[in-house]
Design a protein around this ligand. Structure first.
Ligand SMILES: CC(C)(COP(=O)(O)OP(=O)(O)OC[C@H]1O[C@@H](n2cnc3c(N)ncnc32)[C@H](O)[C@@H]1OP(=O)(O)O)[C@@H](O)C(=O)NCCC(=O)NCCS
Length: 184
């Protein structure tokens, strides 16, 4: 369990169907005016997307309020032989008043541990290298993104099974709701 500075407890758990509206609101607020609508829609779409399964959605909760969320959705790697169990991590948000206290890192780490226990081998993310390199994500792997990228250095991967990245080549195909080129 994580303790916030005020002493209020923050619990992390898997999200429930009944959390969807709170998750939408969280992403809308955290990502702000320019990105909030698109990212909050993406989060809810992913939670309802059968092509994203198996999926892991974790929420951080404080006083019955959702203050953090991360979603890991399944991807396939076209051309990979042997096939590898892989996920992509998006979106991630922490409510502004809880930012900078380690909660985002905690959500990522708990997600990675949970996926590892469930047999996943690779996790991908498209995001700020300065932030995601802190939890072990690195560019320079051989997995091609589903679309051409504006910022190729932001396309990072992490292996949960030793050698998984070295042994896997191919093109990542993600859930339908994440497939729109504008997300890349
Ligand atoms: C990004 C986000 C999830 C981080 O959550 P958090 O709980 O504040 O993160 P942590 O407390 O684990 O880590 C905070 C550290 O990361 C740094 N950090 C936060 N966002 C960063 C970013 N985009 N790039 C680089 N560093 C970042 C902070 O400066 C802080 O550094 P410090 O420890 O040296 O002070 C949160 O700021 C957020 O929801 N932002 C709005 C939505 C967003 O941008 N999501 C990520 C999209 S890729």
């Amino acid at each position: 369990m994580l303790k916030q500075r005020t002493g209020r407890a923050v619990n992390i758990r898997e999200s429930l169907d009944t959390d969807k509206e709170s998750i939408r609101q969280l992403h809308r607020n955290a990502f702000g005016e320019t990105e909030g609508d698109a990212v909050s829609k993406l989060a809810v779409d992913l939670l309802e997307d059968r092509t994203a399964l198996p999926l892991l959605s974790l929420v951080a909760e404080a006083d019955d309020e959702i203050v953090g969320n991360v979603i890991f959705s399944s991807v396939t790697i076209e051309g990979a032989d042997p096939a590898a169990s892989a996920y992509t991590m998006a979106p991630l948000a922490v409510a502004s008043r809880f930012q900078g206290q380690g909660l985002g890192t905690k959500l990522i780490k708990l997600g990675l541990e949970t996926l590892k226990a469930r047999g996943a081998a690779i996790v991908l993310v498209l995001g700020d290298p300065n932030y995601y390199s802190r939890t072990g994500f690195q560019a320079g792997h051989s997995l091609k993104p589903p679309h051409a990228l504006r910022y190729p250095e932001a396309w990072m991967a992490l292996e949960l099974v030793e050698g998984a990245l070295e042994n896997t080549r191919g093109t990542v195909r993600c859930a339908a709701s994440l497939s729109a080129p504008e997300y890349w």
